[in-house]
Design a protein around this ligand. Structure first.
Ligand code: ADP
Ligand code: MG
Length: 240
């Protein structure tokens, strides 16, 4: 679903991604871990073209993307993103937040977008919050709205960048539960998270990024029980 080949990304003199090769299969859940500054967010942002790579190649669902020629809003519609800080529109209701992109980007009819929006809010357990403003919601509810909003574009893959890191501990579970349900329904997902229980239970593969390089990539049992790289071992000790 996503193929990244030899991806290099620098900010000025700082080389943040140093030749990343990552193939994400349809319906696969990849959890991406690594210490702060290792390049996790940058990699996700490259995959949906919020950042432009310096060299290498990105293929989305069989289509090699050329950022100079291709319509990036169409590609971003296929690669949804959920951020740490929700990024909801504060002056729009929950339902309007979910309907916005399909109407603006996909030119969906309002009635169609509303019907789908209500279904998605029901899916994330927030059908009764359709008409309230985000400021009335808890962090966990806001993040579930953000997930519904990403799903409204019917993306082929969803990227999550530390979706629970800004939440009070008691609100983390409700968001992880929604993500787990999506995974079980076959959504292709790349998830940056420090929630190692989620990685163990839900990931098909866990990848460790270190200074812009993939140093470990294996199934969760191997990753946690029998890591090859010394830095992965240290990391696992640290997050235990
Ligand atoms: P992580 O998500 O793993 O913590 P990031 O991808 O956010 O890491 O950042 C990797 C490195 O790139 C860090 O050193 C960070 O300061 C730098 N960086 C990220 N974005 C930018 C930017 N827009 N401009 C300059 N440096 C950046
Ligand atoms: Mg980050």
């Amino acid at each position: 679903m996503i193929i990244g080949e030899d991806i290099h990304k620098s900010f000025g003199d700082l080389e943040v991604l140093k030749g990343i090769d990552l193939h994400v299969q349809p319906q696969e859940v990849v959890v991406l871990v690594g210490v702060s500054g290792s390049g996790k967010s940058t990699l996700l942002r490259c995959f949906n073209f919020l950042e432009m790579i310096n060299s290498g190649k990105i293929t989305i669902d069989g289509k090699s993307v050329n950022p100079k020629k291709d319509n990036l809003s169409e590609i971003r519609a296929e690669v949804g993103m959920v951020f740490q800080h929700f990024n909801l529109f504060p002056h729009k209701t929950v339902l309007e937040n979910v309907m916005e992109a399909p109407i603006i980007v996909k030119k969906e009819k309002k009635e169609v977008a509303e019907k789908k929006g209500r279904e998605l809010l029901d899916k994330v357990g927030l059908a009764d919050k359709a008409d309230v403003y985000p400021s009335k919601l808890s962090g966990g509810q806001k993040q579930r709205v953000a997930i519904a909003r990403a799903l409204a574009m019917e993306p082929k893959v969803l990227l999550f960048d530390e979706p629970t890191s800004a939440l009070d501990p008691e609100l983390v579970g409700e968001v992880l539960q929604v993500m787990k349900q999506l995974a079980q329904e076959g959504m292709t997902m790349v998830v940056v998270t420090h929630e190692m229980t989620f990685a163990r239970e839900v990931a098909d593969r866990v990848i460790m990024l270190d200074k812009g390089t993939i140093i470990e990539s294996s199934d969760p049992v191997t990753f946690f029980e029998n890591p090859k790289n010394e830095r992965t071992k240290q990391f696992i000790q640290m997050v235990k």
